[in-house]
Write a protein that binds this ligand. Structure first.
Ligand SMILES: Nc1ccc2ncsc2c1
Length: 229
């Protein structure tokens, strides 16, 4: 049963990259099907409007609920998971990507402006799995780039998508923290040598060196990921 993904957006062209590389191959292989829908196709007024001023005042505009209701109703099933990217959401992570990779049907609602009228989430929550997800503590111009990131992170975990599942095994055995630095040919580049241990063939020493490097990097860049932090 392939993973089906429906993306609803006012900028369908943002999703052209999904035809390339790994994401494109995943679709050609039949492991994943991705459909992009223009929210404006689900409006009924002459101007195809999708937003209005916020109740309660405040700057910016809010996306009106009805086009979203029409668009989501056009694709939803009782197996669907509705994902609403928002800076206010729970943090997307590798474990969440793994969950999404094993779903049957994902609907991404890419909001713009100040977001989507909250009643859209309230309406679907009793009916299907609804997840408001953030990709980090920063604000984009809309949910489209966040959706691209979450699709790529999730689809690469769909069994069969990655040519070499070994890289997923390594990822899953990742020590708590960030990965060690990587090197390839040439052995010397602009006067800089590859760490000697990596050329030694001593796999135990290499493993130890990589674990040390991961700890050094995690301590410096992501102390929040250190065990016990
Ligand atoms: N609708 C919207 C606006 C900004 C933003 N930034 C990250 S996800 C998101 C979603």
């Amino acid at each position: 049963m392939p993973l089906r993904i429906d993306v609803i957006t006012i900028f369908p062209d943002y999703f052209a990259p999904l035809q390339l590389s790994l994401m494109g191959k995943a679709q050609q292989s039949g492991l994943v099907t991705i459909a992009i829908h223009d929210l404006r196709e689900f409006t009924s007024d002459r101007h195809r409007s999708v937003d209005d001023t916020p109740y309660g005042g405040g700057a910016g505009m809010v996306m009106t609920p009805e086009p979203w209701g029409q668009a989501i109703d056009a694709v939803v099933t009782d197996q669907s998971t509705l994902i609403v990217p928002t800076p206010a959401g729970k943090l997307f992570s590798q474990p969440v990507a793994a969950e999404l990779a094993h779903s049957t049907h994902l609907i991404f609602a890419c909001g713009r402006y100040e977001g989507i009228d909250q009643r859209v989430v309230e309406y679907y929550r009793p009916r299907i799995d609804v997840r408001e997800l953030s990709i980090g503590d920063y604000v984009l111009a809309g949910g489209d780039v966040a959706t691209l990131a979450m699709i790529e992170a999730s689809v690469r975990l769909v069994p069969g998508v990655l040519g070499n599942p070994e890289s997923l095994v390594e990822e899953s055995h990742q020590l708590p923290g960030v990965e060690y630095p990587s090197y390839t040919k040439p052995p010397t580049w602009r006067g800089l040598d590859v760490p000697e241990v990596l050329l030694s063939g001593h796999h135990d020493q290499i493993a130890r060196w990589r674990a040390e490097q991961s700890t050094i990097r995690t301590t410096h860049n992501r102390p929040d990921l250190l065990p016990g932090s």
